[in-house]
Every structure is written in structure tokens, then in C-alpha cells.
Design a protein around this ligand. Structure first.
Ligand code: ADP
Ligand code: K
Ligand code: ZN
Length: 433
């Protein structure tokens, strides 16, 4: 086994837990003293830093939610002085307002360190050429993987998403050995290569793929290996904890969560009770050393379980298993998080619409397609095709800028979409992964 930081990665469990306790204690004291937000939260929950006497006392601390970030838009929850923040990322919003995350130098360094360990654990290092085909920009995927790959001494090919044929040419010309992207984009690249008469398996040096940002399955792993000759590794993270941070190792038996960086818990999403190790529930993360935007017991909303047994690779840090679902209605479209409530919010601002809508998600070929059917208001409905085309364009434009993902809009006649008496069922997801 080759580790990025053997001392930390193979540290005895008891030592790791002691380290986690020390980091937690420091974090809680710091936030209680310096963050108005956390101070108030802890007071409301009736907990004082002195009450944290063991690692499992973490469960005395209150949860944090995505809406805590939105409610404090853009950065009122930040805990570092303004001039110590050196990077922002922004993820798509739920009710109009996006969530902004920020990093100090140390935060960026820890994020990169986390990815350096992860990429090394997938067998990558010096001499590898890693094509980063995650989006660069406000999304955390591109820049995150970029710096992680540089840190381990690999060469980075920063292609970002799109322009697929050129990606394939560059992959061949520069002999990329690994690619980081969403699983659906990887399959799309495989299909595009086939159309170009190029076999990824035989005509390129690509051997590994670091894929995540959306759910995928063991059968996709097999399909990717059989059709492209590429070993796929699962990578996981969310912008609130920094971005993509943790991945599988070569043993491929779950995603190692570096214990000195984050402390994962699994809770019952209804009662908030912490579940026994091995039970499936909602993942809650505490990022132990973050400065600009510390997250304590952040309710990510993903469903998984923790495996604390020793890993075949020799690393001692716990693993989470594949994400099996979400506790909320968040959809992931081409790696981008989309909340139906954000669609609703955006549509409300368009006077030509009646407020009824239906989201249909499908996978055409390998990429997700999202169709939003909207009902035109009776007074705006017209026989003139031009009027309707204009409404459609306006809705598409509004949704694209609200959600950061291209959406096909189909207009429906007044009164034609389903009405609901109870809870509206506004999403039909036909994707099978
Ligand atoms: P990212 O940059 O990782 O996409 P976001 O904050 O935009 O960060 O999205 C995070 C969400 O994406 C997670 O809460 C989860 O629902 C989903 N996600 C990320 N990685 C995976 C993965 N490997 N498997 C399943 N879902 C994932
Ligand atoms: K995502
Ligand atoms: Zn392992």
C-alpha cells in the first residue's frame, strides 16, 4: 500500500479518536468564543464547550442545516476575518438564494491534502496525467481536483466539461492515464469516442476514473471497466464540507473519511438520534479544522452507512458506503444539485404562467435530461405561435440562470397539468442507474 501520509492514514484507531476529540474540543471553544452564530446556537441548545468531555459528546451539539447558510447569505456565518478568505465557491440555490462557501489558505490546504491522500489511495501519483473534466468555476469539482492532482505531482489536463471530441483528442495526445468527472460524463465520453472510431480501451492510456458528484452503481463500475478498460473509483463530498474530498482506495470497499479532517455520524433522519455503527441513515458531518466556514454536525441529507472495520488497504480511517438516496427531494442533474422548490420559486416570478408545473427527468443516452412542463395562464395563452415561443424562451432563460443547468421547457394549455389534493407530486424521475 502506498499512502500520501502513512503516519496519519494508518494511525491506530484509539490515537485517531484522541486526535479527533482534541480537534473537536478546540473547534467548539473557538466557535463559542468567536462566532456569534455558534455561540447563539449552543446557548439555545443549552450546551457549553465544557460539556464536551468525550468524542461521543458531540451528539450534545446542535445540528446545522443548508438553510443556515442560505439564511445568512452570503457570508454572515463565516468565522474568519474578511481578509483571510482567499476563495469562494457557490452552489445552486434552493429557494432562489445560492449557498456561498469560503476558504482561508489553511482551508484550501486541508482540502487539497484530503484529495492528495484520496488520489494516492486510488493508486495515482507522479507520472500520471489526470484529465480534470469536472466543471471549473463556482462549482467545487474542477478546482478541487485540479489542486489535489497537482499536489501529488501528477500532470493536470484541465479540460473542464464540454467540447467532448476535443477532450478525447487531448486525452490521446497527452496520454491521460486518469480522468476525474461525473459518471454520466465518463459514459458520454466513452460513447462519443466510439462514434469517432476511437476505443478508450485500446487507443488511449486511460486506466482510472475518479467519479462522483452524483449517484452511480456497481453495475456502472462493471460497464465502465468492460467497455473502456477503466477502473472507476467513487469520490464524495459537498461544497459545504469543502467540495469533493474523500474517495475509495484500491480495495474499493467504501469511501475513507479522513478522521483528522472530518467526523461522520449517521442519524435517524426523523428523530435525529445517532445510529449504531453499520446502520443506514442520514449522514452528518463535522469538519474538524475548517476556519472560514466551520461546519458542526452538518446534515448533508445523503443516506449511507459507516463501516468501521479495518480496510484491506491497511488504512485505519472509517469508510462510508455508497450513497443510496436522499432524505429530501433534491435532484442531481449532470452533477448539479436542483431542488424542485427552486424551480417553483423561479416560475413564480413569471406572470405568463399559472403556477402549475411538472418536472420530468430522464437519461437520454448517458446524460440527464430535465423537462419542465409549465401551464400557461389563461390570459397569456394565445393562438399565435410567436407569443408562445417567447414565453417558452423566457421560462428557459429564467430557469437556466436560477438553476445553473440547461432545462427544456414545454408549455401546457391552461388546465391541462395534474392538480393535487394532498402533497403535490411534481417530479417524475425515470432514470435508472
Ligand atoms: P459536489 O461538488 O460534490 O457536487 P455539491 O455540494 O454540489 O458538491 O453536491 C453534493 C451532493 O452531491 C451530495 O450531497 C450528494 O447528494 C451528491 N454526491 C456527491 N458525490 C456523490 C457520490 N459519489 N455519490 C452519490 N452522490 C454524490
Ligand atoms: K452534486
Ligand atoms: Zn482502504
Amino acid at each position: 500500500m502506498h499512502c500520501w501520509d502513512p503516519r496519519i492514514e494508518t494511525m491506530p484507531k484509539e490515537d485517531l479518536q484522541k486526535l479527533q476529540y482534541r480537534l473537536l474540543k478546540t473547534l467548539v471553544y473557538r466557535l463559542y468564543s468567536f462566532s456569534e452564530f455558534y455561540h447563539r446556537r449552543m446557548k439555545e441548545a443549552g450546551v457549553h464547550p465544557d460539556d464536551i468531555r468525550t468524542l461521543s459528546d458531540i451528539r450534545l451539539l446542535p445540528f446545522m442545516y443548508k438553510h443556515d447558510l442560505r439564511d445568512n447569505y452570503p457570508n454572515r456565518i463565516f468565522c474568519a476575518p474578511h481578509d483571510e478568505v482567499v476563495r469562494y465557491h457557490v452552489s445552486s440555490g434552493t429557494t432562489g438564494k445560492p449557498t456561498v462557501v469560503g476558504y482561508t489558505r489553511k482551508d484550501l490546504d486541508l482540502w487539497t491534502t484530503s484529495l492528495a491522500r484520496a488520489l494516492t489511495s486510488c493508486g495515482l501519483g507522479r507520472g500520471d496525467v489526470i484529465q480534470v473534466s469536472y466543471g471549473y468555476g463556482l462549482f467545487t469539482g474542477g478546482l478541487g481536483l485540479h489542486y489535489g492532482a497537482e499536489r501529488i505531482g501528477a500532470a493536470v489536463l484541465p479540460t473542464s466539461v464540454g467540447n467532448t471530441e476535443r477532450q478525447i483528442e487531448l486525452m490521446q495526445d497527452l496520454k491521460a492515464t486518469a480522468i476525474a468527472c461525473t459518471p454520466s460524463y465518463l459514459i458520454h465520453i466513452g460513447e462519443a469516442a466510439e462514434r469517432m472510431g476511437i476505443s478508450i480501451k485500446n487507443d488511449t492510456d486511460l486506466r482510472s476514473a475518479i467519479i462522483g458528484a452524483e449517484p452511480w452503481s456497481e453495475s456502472m463500475r462493471t460497464r465502465i471497466y468492460e467497455t473502456m478498460g477503466v477502473k472507476a473509483y467513487n469520490i464524495y463530498g459537498t461544497s459545504e464540507i469543502s467540495g469533493p474530498m474523500f474517495s475509495e482506495c484500491t480495495a474499493q470497499q467504501g469511501i475513507h473519511i479522513w478522521g483528522d479532517i472530518a467526523y461522520p455520524e449517521i442519524i435517524d433522519p426523523v428523530t435525529g438520534e445517532v445510529l449504531e455503527s453499520g446502520e443506514s441513515g442520514e449522514l452528518v458531518m463535522t469538519v474538524l479544522q475548517k476556519e472560514a466556514l466551520p461546519m458542526i454536525r452538518y446534515r448533508i441529507g445523503d443516506i449511507t452507512r459507516i463501516d468501521d472495520e479495518p480496510c484491506a488497504c491497511g488504512r485505519t480511517h472509517p469508510r462510508i458506503q455508497r450513497i443510496t438516496g436522499r432524505v429530501d427531494d433534491m435532484l442531481i442533474i449532470r452533477g448539479i444539485n436542483v431542488f424542485p422548490s427552486a424551480v417553483e420559486h423561479a416560475l413564480l416570478g413569471i406572470p405568463e404562467l399559472a403556477g402549475h408545473f411538472l418536472i420530468e427527468v430522464d437519461r437520454k443516452g448517458s446524460l440527464d435530461d430535465m423537462i419542465v412542463r409549465v401551464e400557461v395562464a389563461p390570459e397569456a395563452f394565445s393562438d399565435r405561435i410567436n407569443d408562445l415561443i417567447n414565453i417558452k424562451k423566457k421560462v428557459e432563460h429564467t430557469l437556466k440562470s436560477a438553476l445553473n443547468v440547461a432545462v427544456v421547457v414545454e408549455l401546457a394549455e391552461p388546465g391541462s397539468l395534474p392538480r393535487f389534493e394532498g402533497k403535490a407530486k411534481r417530479v417524475i424521475d425515470r432514470r435508472v442507474i
